[in-house]
Ligand binder design. Structure first.
Ligand code: TSJ
Length: 651
């Protein structure tokens, strides 16, 4: 008897040690498991938990998930699934519930059955979340009872306990991220909301609700109601496409939906054209966003081009010698591609690209077959789509001719710099920078204040072109943007070549007011759409001019925020509480003298630059679409909503 007890205790100890070593590894190198310990990692914890409930929904046992941000940045996730099994399993002497939260990569391995594609992908993260939480508690409603278990930093603090009776089933997890592990603990409702909406779109018929219960006060200090939204999309990715096109004018009322499956996976595609010129492809593999594309996108593009060319020829819409390229076929197209497969291979720098070539074949076959049938059955839509692609093809040809013209006029490439450009002396792009400055007077100060060895100045003035409505060839002829294109020297659109870039820092310098943020939005949108590698490779910056100037006698200092103003003012006052400190607000860059501008905003030793991220550019592009797009309603709404925050349009 003693022997047996001993043996069990020993085995238990051994597995217990493994468990602790596993979770210790997570706490030692959290970045390995959740990417980072910044805000992104913090939000990742929620996705890891929610993914488990989504798997339960995919298995067909759960149709509602609730996500709540509680006071104190505690997260609660609740579902109405079967409830994690709580009975002790003979092989391990542990419950599935305990294993899920204490063993690394345990999820998805137990239970059996379930959805064939979800295995091994989701549900691996509960123990990671547990290890990185100051505390975590889980409640399982199952078999008429409420079962509860608690943990702290991955270690059990309360074994499974029955705390009451229930007439429903489901799982609820609450956790508080560990302050010892994360740089920030503040959850961003918008980030979680966006992710939950995306998941609701991807899982048709699943309701996902999100609530932010944290206290919020209005200007008068009164408590505001909690915010939240319950999201349920019967139409799944069809509704996703409609949502992505919500600020655009669609060319055909219904989106085109296609789906199909093979033994190794399944795919769903929804697409709809709008009257704009941008391509908006959003793809997923096993509900995971793949912003870098991959095989499923490749298959889609190839089949779309083939199907449209074949249809155009067959119906004699495309004449002898006419052809439409892949890009022509995707002008003004919004599409969502979602594939599900057993063994997804995620590749690329950010593991955001799907490598499985069988998904190319699957999506290609499904799209070519289903789209051909659709066009045959909907000739009115077929004609509209073909016309759109043919117009794009003609525009592209015109743009090519315009580019050749410009080249011929300029003679050899690289000479003929814009009149307004005050170039620098150094010619090595790696060492030089260009300031694109709003307004002639600020341009003057910048030209006088700069270090002309490595800093070039290009002033822009007047109203910029509305890029949303403009095609490439108009951009070429535009007198505001041509100097930017010529000064950067790397071309435009498909021909943009970052190797030819003449400066490795492209710095937008505009006022911190509404006009300034408009110029920034315009330039970022332009770069995003026509010089994308410039953004992707991190060459674009925003200069940060100061907001305040503080003077005490002969001493002058500046401040970049209200807090800094107060702090600097206190420092300048020192021990002399009666000192008179004059505080003035800079009204604009044009108001600063060249020396001030150099010291505060241009001198690499003392300035602050904000590097523009892809996210900043996407945000600018969205703002731009709303502000300048064809649709009046969203624009009015946006301006009304943001009127009092106009200054925050700043990127
Ligand atoms: F993983 C987790 F603990 F973080 C978590 C799991 C968190 C949340 C909010 C929910 C869940 C979860 C797990 N919801 N539903 C389930 N389902 C199961 O674990 C389950 C239930 C029954 C059976 C069965 O075969 O009877 C199998 C499984 C996998």
């Amino acid at each position: 008897m003693a022997d047996i007890t001993d043996k069990i205790t020993q085995e238990y100890d051994a597995s217990q040690i493994q468990v602790l070593e596993g979770l210790e590894a997570v706490r030692k190198r959290p970045g390995m498991y959740i990417g980072s310990t910044s805000a992104s990692g913090l939000h990742h914890l929620v996705y890891e938990i929610v993914d488990n409930s989504i798997d339960e929904a995919l298995a067909g046992y759960c149709d509602h998930i609730e996500v709540t941000i509680e006071e104190g940045n505690i997260i609660r996730v609740s579902d109405n699934g079967r409830g994690i099994p709580v009975d002790i399993q003979p092989q391990t002497g542990k419950s599935a519930l305990e294993v899920v939260f204490t063993v690394l990569h345990a999820g998805g391995k137990f239970g059996g059955g379930g959805y064939k594609v979800s295995g091994g992908l989701h549900g691996v993260g509960a123990s990671v979340v547990n290890a990185l939480s100051e505390w975590l508690e889980v409640q399982v409603h199952k078999d008429g009872k409420i079962h509860e278990m608690k943990f702290s930093r991955g270690e059990i603090t309360q074994h499974i306990t029955v705390t009451g009776e229930t007439d429903r089933t489901g799982t609820t997890v609450r956790f508080k991220p560990d302050p010892e592990m994360f740089e920030t603990l503040e959850y961003d409702y918008e980030i979680l909301h966006k992710r939950m909406r995306e998941q609701a779109f991807l899982n048709a018929g699943l309701r996902i609700s999100i609530t932010d219960e944290r206290e919020r006060l209005d200007e008068d200090g009164n408590k505001l109601e909690p915010i939240g939204e319950s999201m349920y999309y019967e139409g799944g990715i069809r509704e996703y496409v409609a949502y992505l096109n919500r600020h655009k004018s669609a060319l055909h009322p219904e989106c085109i939906y296609m789906s199909g499956e093979r033994e190794n996976g399944e795919c769903e595609i929804a697409m709809q054209y709008n009257d704009g010129y941008n391509e908006n492809l959003v793809s997923f593999a096993n509900n995971i966003h793949t912003p870098e594309g991959g095989m499923h996108e490749t298959g889609f593009k190839a089949a779309l081009t083939r199907a449209l060319n074949a249809y155009g020829r067959q119906k004699n819409i495309l004449k002898e010698g006419d052809s439409i390229s892949g890009e022509d076929c995707r002008e003004g197209l919004t599409a969502v591609i979602s594939v599900k497969l057993t063994n997804p291979q995620f590749e690329g720098q950010t593991k955001a690209k799907l490598g499985n070539s069988e998904m190319r074949t699957l999506v290609d076959n499904v799209v070519f077959d289903r789209l051909s049938v659709f066009l045959e059955e909907n000739p009115a839509v077929g004609r509209i789509v073909l016309e759109k692609a043919m117009t794009a093809a003609r525009a592209r040809e015109a743009a090519r001719k315009a580019r050749e013209n410009i080249r011929r006029k300029n003679g050899l490439e690289g000479f003929n710099m814009p009149d307004k450009l005050r170039d620098c002396n150094d010619r090595d792009p790696a060492l030089t920078e260009i300031y694109i400055v709003e307004g002639d007077s600020a341009g003057g100060s910048a030209t006088q204040g700069r270090d002309s060895r490595f800093q070039a100045i290009l002033p822009l003035w007047g109203k910029m072109l509305n890029v949303e409505k403009a095609r490439a060839e108009k951009v070429y002829g535009n007198d505001k943007l041509t100097p930017v294109i010529t000064a950067l020297g790397a071309g435009l659109g498909e021909e943009f070549d970052v190797q030819k870039l003449r400066y490795h820092k492209v710095i937008i310098m505009a006022d911190a007011d509404v006009d300034g943020s408009h110029i920034r939005t315009l330039l970022l949108t332009f770069f995003f759409r026509f010089m994308r590698p410039l953004i992707d490779e991190g060459y674009v910056y925003s200069a940060i001019p100061p907001l305040y100037k503080l003077t005490r006698g002969k001493q002058t200092r500046v401040a970049f925020s209200d807090e800094e103003r107060d702090q600097v003012s206190a420092e300048m006052r020192g021990d002399n509480p009666n000192a008179k400190i004059d505080i003035s607000r800079f009204k604009g860059l044009g108001e600063m003298d060249p020396h001030e501008l150099w010291e505060t905003t241009m001198n690499p030793e003392t300035r602050t630059l904000k590097r523009i991220t892809l996210e900043d550019a996407v945000r600018a592009d969205e703002t731009f679409t709303v502000l300048m797009g064809e649709k009046v309603e969203p624009r009015k709404e946006f301006i009304e909503k943001n009127a009092k925050y106009a200054v925050n349009l700043d990127y």
